[in-house]
Design a protein. Sequence first.
Length: 137
Amino acid sequence: MITQSQIADLTDAIGRHFQPQKVILFGSYAYGQPTPDSDVDIMVVMPHGGRSIDKAIEIRLKVYAYVRFPLDLLVRSQEELELRVALGDWFLREVTAKGKVLYESADARVDCEGRGRLCDDATEKYLKAYVHLGDYA
């Protein structure tokens, strides 16, 4: 089994090298139900300026020395995360609701009212686009 110390070392390395907004542990290790076959599920919240898979690969290559265990690493920007949650993405909703924040930068701490406003804005943009696309007149 993977120890909390190993997960903490990985989180520290990600924080040190990439200064993300957040690192969230989700899945069986976050929910307290890991098995000997479980991997570690991590979501890194940070701007990535391109494809999230490319940033995930970059992070894995940089922190390889700290990862001697199965790891599923996802990268999303804060905006992507808030938009997808506002649109009802069940997976990201579960990650944000049940996951454990292992690292959070000072500038990532936004009050609940601010987050709600961002989600409301994202939902409004989506609905306007949806209504516009459905308008065949």
